[in-house]
Ligand binder design. Structure first.
Ligand code: 5GP
Ligand code: MN
Length: 324
């Protein structure tokens, strides 16, 4: 649970700052972008000068979000407050956050990852919240900022993305109430679900086909690879393979599902989902990443064979230990 004191401290930090930098994590998803842009429009409405930034470009599927075309790659350096959104560690902001440039500038950390390192001067962190946008909504209330259709569209996207449209195990009644409030403020659930979850390019479906073709199953683990070659052949955009992890997670045989994505230069991006009792955020943490009990990720350097072997062994070992 997030304390009232933390909410008030966040409010005071924001009130005291004229220029504010909002930063979403690298490889941004619907929650990171929705939380950042929802808060961006809210703070601008109260007269703050704001800059929204992210080290990586906005994936095409989120280009419908109001403000998605105004996102810079990094801060200017003259901001008096940095607000990190949906990032478990400061490093997750990547090059958007320059330590030397922002020395002494307070950081407000708004996040819901179990592995959050509480790196902010003020931490609005609640691992029981299904999304970061639900924390942003509480902050908007604290700041007396009313919702409008633009803010609501951004925020609803975060909820829909992180709960896979109210389907994940951490979805709670207040998530549905928050979504209803956002719809009443003018957000279209149909449009958000369509844009953020359902619609995909034919190229990405080709890519998914290639990945699924190589699906493997053993000892409660279901895994697959997106290789550079598959990606090149499909013509899909950079991030279009990512959502497939949620389909893998539905495999009946999967206590744990893993999607390995080859990124070039020996880098492998790994997504994990747990359907049983295993806390995959701990697996991710062991490889320098993080996340939630049932959804986590990490980026590992090494040959595909080596990385696959290490990660699967770590998962299987933990599954074995949990059984005994
Ligand atoms: P996804 O598999 O959807 O990319 O990520 C699942 C969850 O794990 C998300 O909440 C995401 O923020 C987190 N996550 C994914 N990759 C990384 C990573 O490399 N480092 C950390 N700390 N968290 C990650
Ligand atoms: Mn999130």
């Amino acid at each position: 649970m997030m304390s009232r004191k933390a909410l008030q401290a966040a409010r005071d930090l924001i009130r005291a700052a004229d220029r504010i930098l909002l930063a979403a994590h690298v490889d941004p998803d619907g929650d990171a972008l929705g939380a950042m842009l929802g808060l961006y429009w809210g703070l601008r409405g109260m007269g703050k000068e704001c800059l929204a930034c992210c080290a990586d470009p906005v994936p095409q599927v989120f280009s419908f979000l109001p403000g998605s075309g105004e996102i810079a790659r990094r801060g200017r350096g003259d901001e008096g407050l940095i607000i990190a959104l949906d990032a478990g560690q400061l490093e997750r902001l990547g090059s958007a956050y320059d330590e030397t440039l922002f020395q002494g500038v307070p950081v407000l950390n708004i996040d819901h990852h179990t592995t959050n390192t509480l790196f902010g001067q003020v931490n609005l962190v609640d691992a029981s919240s299904p999304s970061t946008v639900e924390l942003v909504m509480k902050l908007l209330v604290e700041l007396d900022i009313p919702l409008d259709a633009r803010i609501a569209t951004c925020l609803l996207t975060g909820i829909v993305h992180d709960t896979q449209c109210f389907r994940t195990a951490n979805t709670i009644p207040s998530t549905l109430r928050a979504a209803a409030e956002l719809m009443e403020a003018g957000a279209s659930l149909r449009k958000v679900v369509d844009k953020a979850l359902t619609t995909r390019s034919a190229a990405s479906l080709h890519l998914w086909g290639g990945i699924l073709d190589g699906l493997r199953v053993s000892d409660g683990v279901v895994w697959a690879w997106e290789t550079l070659e598959m990606h090149r052949r499909s013509g899909a955009a950079e991030d279009e393979g990512r959502g497939l992890i949620n389909l893998l997670a539905g495999a009946q045989e999967a206590e744990v599902a893993v999607l390995f994505r080859e990124r070039g230069e020996g880098i492998v991006d790994i997504s994990m989902r747990s359907q049983g009792g295993l806390d995959v955020s701990q697996v991710a943490l062991a490889f320098g990443g993080g996340g939630h009990r049932r959804a986590a990720g990490c980026v590992v350097k090494g040959s595909p064979e080596l990385v696959e072997g290490q990660v699967l062994e770590e998962i299987k070992e933990r599954l074995r230990t949990a059984e005994t």
